[in-house]
Design a protein around this ligand. Sequence first.
Ligand code: ADP
Length: 260
Amino acid sequence: PHEKRAAAKGASSIDGIKDIIAVASGKGGVGKSTTAVNLAVALAKTCQLKVGLLDADVFGPSIPTMMKLHGKPEVSEDMKMIPIENHGVQCMSIGFLVDKDAPIVWRGPMVMSALQKLTRGVSWGKLDILVVDMPPGTGDAQLSISQGLQLSGALIVSTPQDVALIDARRGANMFRKVEVPILGLIENMSSFKCPHCGEQSHIFGSGGARRTADELDMEFLGEIPLEVDIRRTSDEGNPIVTKPPQNFVVKLKFTLEVDA
Ligand code: ADP
């Protein structure tokens, strides 16, 4: 227990939520949503915390599929949307509100207004942690979330590939600029073990994420393998942490500063 950091200028918390953590990446497709979903479910299931999951990736919402949720949220008496729950996690996503195949063709102000509704227009109840699946990149939406919400920290997800790491550095530097503590870097799709011969291949390269973490003075939190069960369970809406296969262990260790 430490004293909580002062809120960045202009940032404010959400009533009833103790900590908000952003899961971010520079590039899309590196496994940010997969990490956010599994982290949220693990925090609820293993750590017995009250957890929410906000899909802030408004142009490519994955949470409805990955958490096997659909349907429109109900509205509370005070006109706030009620999150939908699965795997012990309270979820909110723009995907609950728009047609599955409809393109989301919005200009900046519409995106900002949607994000405002998805964060503060929701009856989250009492939560220990809200995990925010950020949109990829470092544009307006990312900046307004990291400046507007009092984030306790950000986790950065990257593959070991240079093109992903370059953007991950940009993401990390954005959080630094707005004074959000970086909890660390997670390397996803680290290695692939051939199911036939057992040989390990480093399809996207090796060692790059650890080096990047060192260079940027961030914690390196761990490696997640490229694993068909991770993809399959995500597509089925039962994140792998709900029923990990035997011998499948991924440990991520990070520290959050919490109220004394
Ligand atoms: P992002 O949020 O960065 O765009 P996603 O989490 O949506 O990325 O992941 C992109 C795709 O890769 C998804 O189909 C997901 O199931 C798959 N995926 C992510 N991480 C892994 C992994 N470690 N092993 C296998 N497939 C993965």
